[in-house]
Design a protein around this ligand. Structure first.
Ligand code: FES
Length: 125
């Protein structure tokens, strides 16, 4: 069980060594998410249209290790963009990954950039 979470380490912008071309912008719903695969990782990517921002994080929820976060509701909590897991509504900051309504481990977050209408996710492996 632990090994699923061990695959996911947050990547800071300055540590990016590979920009993975995930998909066209138009493949992601407005104010919603979709899952992409990078190597053996499932990454949830969110098109936060309302804020004109993009976010990426691990798709696996640390609560019950379900691969579901890309289907979560996005919103904000006191100015912090967040995703709520569709299973039991645990919420996580899309910036720091912190669990905002509990004491679960933080989720891994990844930098996102948009170039030529394509979405790229930053990794260091
Ligand atoms: S599996 Fe995500 S909150 Fe329970």
């Amino acid at each position: 069980m632990e090994s699923i979470l061990e695959k996911y380490d947050a990547v800071a912008l300055e540590d990016v060594t590979i920009w993975f071309k995930a998909a066209a912008k138009s493949d992601f719903p407005s104010d919603g998410g979709a899952c992409v695969k990078y190597k053996d990782k499932q990454i949830a990517v969110f098109n936060f249209t309302r804020l004109n921002k993009w976010y990426a994080c691990q798709n696996v929820c640390p609560h019950k290790l379900e691969m579901v976060l890309s289907r979560g509701m996005i919103g904000d909590e006191k100015g912090t963009p967040k995703v709520a897991c569709p299973m039991h509504k645990k919420t996580f900051s899309l910036e720091s990954g912190e669990n905002l309504n509990g004491d679960l481990d933080a989720i891994a977050t990844y930098p996102v950039k948009i170039e030529d209408d394509f979405v790229f996710i930053g990794f260091s492996d």
